[in-house]
Design a binder for this molecule. Sequence first.
Ligand SMILES: *Cc1c(COP(=O)(O)O)cnc(C)c1O
Length: 363
Amino acid sequence: MPQRHIRLYIPGPVEVSERTWRAFCTPMIGHRGAGFQELYAAIQPMLRELLFTKNPVFLSTSSAWGVMEAAVRNLVRPGRRVLCCMSGAFSDKWFDVALASGLQADKAQVEWGRAILPELVEAKLKERAYDAVTLIHNETSTGAMNPLAEIAAVVRKHSDALLIVDAVSSMSGVKIAMDALGIDVLLAGVQKAFALPPGLSLFAVSERALERAKQTPHRGYYFDFLEFLKNHENNMTPSTPSIAHVFALKAKLEEFAAEGLDRRFARHLEMAMMVRRWAAERGFALFPQEGYASVTLSCLENTRQVEVAAWIRRLKEKHACIFDGGYGKLKGRAFRIAHMGDETPETLRRLLGWLDDTLEAKG
Ligand SMILES: *Cc1c(COP(=O)(O)O)cnc(C)c1O
């Protein structure tokens, strides 16, 4: 008997469609042959369109952390520093990752749930010179979405630092115009808003970041940006990629094109508004700072003192789906509902009905 499938409304991995699984199961090809080169070349224009960039978009067979670590290792030179914007579990950890990579790092830190504001970044940049700034666009642990355009403008205006942006849980759900904003590395894993199975990441790198990498020693091999570039020029990856992922990514990008990017972004916003409305009507407050709530997931404060773990158990039992009971120290205090990827206002309306149905234990 196959296991009963539990539909995922946690903020990653999210639900993967039958259609995507079928693409994933395309018969295998070699990664040094014309078939793969054609596949790689075919997705490049779609990826550049999605990220509003002329930069190459590289594929890494790793989760997002591989590329997050790689970005600081490739772009921060010995004796120079990186400024880490910190506002939640993922962005806090990026600071630790920089230290673990032997780099000198400073914090631009706010409390969990607050947004990183451009004034804070500006003040930090005026104190010291930095080789790079790390920023998480959508802090998945707290459901706060940082004002990326304003922060990017401040970084450009007040420093020569390269701007490294993690858009793991926002890319493809929210418009991010890489070139217009002056972002130097824009990265994401595919198990969030792309709704692909975990295991692949993609990242675009600016020309000046590639120039910087040339001056940075000890970039390693697996995540060396210059190795990615060299192979990219031949429509290949440095090592054997997860080819199944690349087939599935191509199918996904074709779906994005068929829907239209503007419609896709609008759909994500509409779903966020639905959940916010639902939460307000039920007496749940948004956990993140007002005005900075995420568009791809909602982190709701448990203002009603619900037993969240029991609620999720009832939902799983009765309707075969789950949401998230709170990240780390927020467990029980704030819970998270993902509304990204292939979800639609219709599937979300159904979920909200199920949430109502199971909110209270019935005797
Ligand atoms: C999920 C997530 C990550 C980590 O991704 P992995 O795939 O586990 O490496 C990093 N940053 C953000 C914002 C995330 O949501």
